[in-house]
Design a protein around this ligand. Structure first.
Ligand code: NYM
Length: 212
């Protein structure tokens, strides 16, 4: 067992447009780290298994209507309700691979026209990721990938706006990976980045909070 009481797990976030390959890659990263003997879990936001998550899920399925501000705050609340569990997992040495996080929250809501600073505010105090992996794909290419589903937001024109918002949100600490490459090539790059981050956290890198 490679865990020790002192070493914490890494908070690793995958971001990108719909159909950029986040879910496939997070599954691959999970198997990779498990194979190396690390304690690791794959999470995703929205977490549709909570009460708040149920409201989000119904909104995304077009089964309910909510004001843009209201749904924004529900997405944020859905992260807040998992914050303490997230912190205890990380502190006990479990690495979390998280499919979407606060950046999705801000990119999707600000793409509707909400003020970006207003969108960021409810995220302040959530745990900051140790690593943000951005799967970069032009919206047109993503749209070609077997088409979108029928959920809200899964339309080319809206995804183009989301892509612009992600560009504004990006900071130099993000790792941008070309998601047009073959899956295996993307996977190889992600594995290296993830291993570096897990190693840095085990060596004592401290946990911080959004937004820095
Ligand atoms: N989404 C996701 C948001 O609008 N705000 C958020 O905070 C998060 C986490 O939900 N189109 C959007 C992005 C997706 C949709 O995500 C559902 P997924 O990964 O398809 O389950």
């Amino acid at each position: 067992n490679r865990q020790s009481n002192e070493s914490r797990g890494a908070l690793i976030v995958l971001e990108g447009l719909d159909r950029s390959g986040k879910t496939s890659q997070s599954n691959r990263l999970l198997s990779f780290l498990e194979g190396l003997g690390f304690s690791v879990e794959a999470w995703r936001f929205p977490d549709r298994n909570t009460c708040v998550g149920g409201m989000i899920s119904s909104y995304l399925a077009n089964k309910s209507e909510l004001d843009d501000h209201t749904i924004h705050l529900l997405f944020s609340a859905n992260r807040w309700e998992k914050r303490s569990l997230m912190e205890s997992k990380l502190k006990s040495g479990t690495t979390l691979i998280v499919d979407r996080y606060s950046y999705s929250g801000v990119a999707f809501s600000s793409a509707k026209g909400l003020d970006i600073e207003w969108c960021k505010a409810p995220e302040i105090g959530l745990l900051a990721p140790d690593l943000v992996l951005y799967l970069d794909i032009p919206p047109e290419k993503a749209a070609e990938r077997g088409g979108y589903g029928s959920e809200r937001y899964e339309q080319l024109e809206f995804q183009q706006k989301v892509s612009q918002q992600y560009h504004i949100l990006r900071d130099p600490t993000w790792q941008i990976v070309d998601a047009r490459l073959p899956m295996e090539d993307v996977e190889k790059q992600l594995k290296e980045l993830v291993l570096d981050s897990v190693t840095a956290c085990r060596k004592g890198k401290s946990l911080s909070q959004l937004w820095l």
